[in-house]
Design a protein around this ligand. Structure first.
Ligand code: FAD
Length: 432
């Protein structure tokens, strides 16, 4: 196989950003993706004229992905729901403002919520100590309903259903951005348009991309030496970014072979979700376009209200149940999502044009939580010179795809720094 300065394993957002950054810095780069298409969890699929992302996907303006994509010249056209949402409580959907004025909140609860909301954009997230979300919320809010609302907002943003583990600071930073005007963008024609633009950018930057290529081993002796593939081929390499989940990277190294990666794998708490996307001919309750569950961990969004996702005017809607870090029953989740949709869009079953149910999809392979021994995994793997990690799990405080993009850029920058150090020292490789 041809020689490259760097190889990337995994062609999701993290791998693509890393590949483009390295190629734009003048390095020769090859990217290997196991699937037939690039994009990982950011792909979209077409069904009966409608475009479905893998669960509803939104970009937050001012987040890492938005900034990196702007920097790369990736267009992010779409629409925003604003903060005009409804709440689902006790099997009833009520508009947020009406709910806040109701008896559901005490007078002091109403005041607490208004004050929180008004100050959120100016909130000094860095001053929040390393405590759990529950500890932070319980210190700040006395009204139980205000707490429910704050938890629901934060859960919708991260899909994490782990208030005793999730770190308050990163969660609040992310929610603070969403309260700014038109800060949430649902992408016109789906996230595939972003993946396609990343692909074009990578090609124009000179990245070689090989899909349908399953990497089975990263061979090393304290220094990266080779990548091996399922088809028996192998390639000599000196710099590898593994933009795959920590369990995959660990397996590629032969599990027990590397303490840091093994620890990252073992400390990881996967955030799972059950997600039902539908294209519907008609909506019985068009005013219910964004609904946050307060007593149930669900979020409903009619993305078609804000952006184009179908060729024939059908509405693409999504309802997702956050499953936290625990196991789940796929059939029970599906029935739960369908019953909940009966409350939000009664009669929807007669209107279905296309449907996609993802029973237990990983939204994140890890997130910022108190149980993390290494709070900031990567980008370099300390024991193996030339090996780096990326992926949304390798977050240094960013949320979901923001973390994917940020970790890809972090890894690429570290590779460039290490290459430069080697060049200056006149040695053949980095010293660990
Ligand atoms: C239901 C749902 C809703 C979401 N909503 C949002 C949202 O609203 N906003 C947001 O910011 N994020 C959202 N996300 C998260 C977002 O999709 C992910 O954070 C992001 O796509 C992860 O990118 P990645 O590159 O880290 O990983 P991935 O996309 O998983 O890419 C990893 C790639 O590595 C490849 N690979 C694995 N093993 C190998 C191997 N051995 N050899 C070669 N290739 C390999 C895989 O095939 C895959 O393509 C959501 C996710 C889900 C599931």
């Amino acid at each position: 196989m041809k020689q490259f300065d760097a190889a990337i394993v995994g062609g999701g957002i993290a791998g693509l950003v890393a590949a483009i950054d390295l190629a734009q810095a003048g390095k020769s780069v090859v990217l290997f993706e196991r699937a037939r298409e690039l994009g990982g969890r950011a792909i979209s699929v077409k069904k009966n004229g409608a475009i479905f992302d893998l669960g509803s996907h939104a970009i937050i303006k001012g987040g890492a992905l938005h900034e990196i994509f702007q920097d790369l010249g990736i267009r992010m056209e779409g629409g925003s729901p604003g903060t005009n949402v409804s709440f689902l409580w006790n099997n009833k959907v009520t508009h947020m403002f009406k709910f806040l004025l109701s008896q559901n909140l005490s007078w002091s609860g109403k005041m607490e919520f208004i004050k929180f909301f008004k100050t959120l954009t100016k909130f000094d997230v860095d001053s929040v100590p390393a405590i759990s979300l529950r500890s932070w919320v319980e210190q700040k809010f006395s009204d139980p309903m205000t707490r429910h609302i704050i938890y629901a907002m934060l859960r919708t943003n991260s899909y994490a259903q782990a208030i005793d583990h999730q770190l308050a600071g990163p969660a609040l930073r992310s929610i603070a951005r969403t309260t700014q005007k038109n800060s949430i963008i649902y992408i016109q024609d789906g996230w595939q348009t972003l993946v396609d633009q990343l692909y074009d950018k990578a090609v124009r930057s000179g990245v070689s991309m090989i899909t349908g290529k399953n990497v089975t081993e990263i061979e090393h002796d304290g220094i990266v030496r080779k990548i091996k593939f399922a088809d028996g081929q192998e390639m000599d390499v000196t710099h590898v970014i593994s933009a795959t989940p920590p369990a995959v990277t660990s397996r590629l190294l032969g599990d027990a072979a590397c303490n840091s990666v093994l620890r990252w794998k073992e400390q990881a708490r996967v955030i799972g979700a059950a997600s039902l996307t539908l294209s519907l001919k008609r909506l019985s309750a068009p005013d219910h376009f964004a609904v946050l569950g307060l007593d149930q961990p669900v979020y409903f969004i009619n993305q078609s209200k804000f952006t184009r996702l179908s060729e024939d005017g059908t509405s693409v809607v999504n309802i997702t149940k956050s499953n936290g870090t625990g196991g789940t029953d796929a059939k029970a989740d599906e029935r739960f999502l369908e019953r909940t949709l009966d409350l939000i869009q009664p009669g929807w079953r007669k209107e279905v044009v296309a449907r996609q149910y993802l029973p237990n999809i990983a939204v994140a392979y890890d997130f910022m939580n108190l149980g993390r021994e290494d709070r900031f995994p990567g980008p370099a793997v300390p024991e193996i010179a030339g090996l780096y990690v990326a992926g949304e799990w390798a977050t240094h405080g960013e949320n979901l795809a923001d973390a994917a993009a940020a970790s890809g850029r972090r890894a690429a920058r570290r590779v460039l720094k290490d290459m430069e150090a080697v060049r200056k020292s006149g040695r053949e490789t980095i010293v660990v």
